[in-house]
Design a protein. Structure first.
Length: 246
């Protein structure tokens, strides 16, 4: 029976992952900032077979609250088998260009907060010498595109941080998986228009995440075809790339 910490537990992708783990009888410590949604998710997970669900309210950018969250999580779970970091916001790129305060706030929400959380969790996992840190980054971090490079920069920072952390923690038996979804139909992308064939459902992405964690994959694209899409996008020479609008 797995003991699972989920940060950003109200995310559609995280909820879909939690449902899969609940059916295996997992025990959860769920962290998010919306109490009502947390309660709904806890009821749903218990109905699906979760052994126990503990809820914790925290805004991830409240860095002073991180130690207390981790302490309460350990008091509840004793040991963490999987920590999934799933929170995020998709900022409007043009607003970020005009308002530095918004740009820095969004970078903190998507980048700095993840680094802060992983830094604390890494030390706990190093002490345990066991477990998986699963981090949702994005294909957006693979190359800076004019349409969303603020978000992409934060995700690139997360992906690079995970790469270094993976090599550090491998030596003590702890695994770090970087998850790079493409376009997923969740509240985050509501109202945005993407080619239908490129849009995945949260359940589909969750199945890939849960499987990736089980087989200790290092980096997964979700769905898998995004590896090919990003390979092509990364291969475009800079002198061509800067002329196109993507
Ligand atoms: N959807 C996509 O196309 C896509 C693509 C690539 C990567 N991703 C990544 O996938 C992850 C999950 O996103 P999703 O698609 O499942 O979207 P989602 O359903 O909108 O979930 C995002 C979650 O992050 C939480 N959150 C945001 N800022 C927070 C904060 N400061 N403190 C605590 N919680 C905070 C939100 O909570 P509230 O409800 O309280 O705001 C929400 O539950 C994110 O890391 C996202 O960047 C998504």
């Amino acid at each position: 029976m797995k003991k699972i910490l989920i940060i950003g537990a109200t995310s559609a992708i995280a909820t879909a992952c939690a449902r899969l783990w609940a059916s295996q009888g997992a025990e959860f410590f769920l962290v998010a900032r919306n109490d009502e949604r947390l309660q709904q998710i806890a009821t749903d997970l218990k109905a699906r077979g979760a052994k126990a669900v503990t809820l914790h309210n925290m805004d991830v950018t409240d860095y002073d609250a991180h130690p207390d969250m981790l302490e309460k999580c350990l008091a509840s779970l004793r040991q963490i088998d999987i920590a999934l970091i799933a929170h995020g916001t998709l900022p409007d790129q043009q607003t970020c260009e005009q308002d530095v305060a918004v740009a820095l706030r969004e970078f903190a929400n998507n980048g700095t907060s993840v680094i802060a959380l992983l830094s604390r969790l890494a030390n706990q996992f190093e002490f345990q010498r066991w477990g998986t840190l699963a981090v949702i980054s994005s294909v957006a971090g693979d190359r800076g595109r004019p349409s969303n490079y603020l978000y992409g920069t934060a995700k690139a920072a997360v992906s690079t941080f995970c790469e270094g952390l993976r090599a550090r923690l491998f030596k003590v038996g702890v695994h770090v998986i970087t998850i790079k979804p493409g376009f997923v139909d969740t509240p985050m992308t509501k109202g945005l228009i993407f080619p239908a064939m490129l849009v995945a459902q949260p359940d589909q992405v969750a199945r890939r995440i849960v499987k990736g964690i089980k087989r200790s994959a290092n980096i997964i694209y979700a769905p898998g075809f995004w590896w090919g899409v990003m390979f092509i996008i990364k291969s475009i020479p800079e002198f061509v790339f800067k002329k196109i609008n993507i």
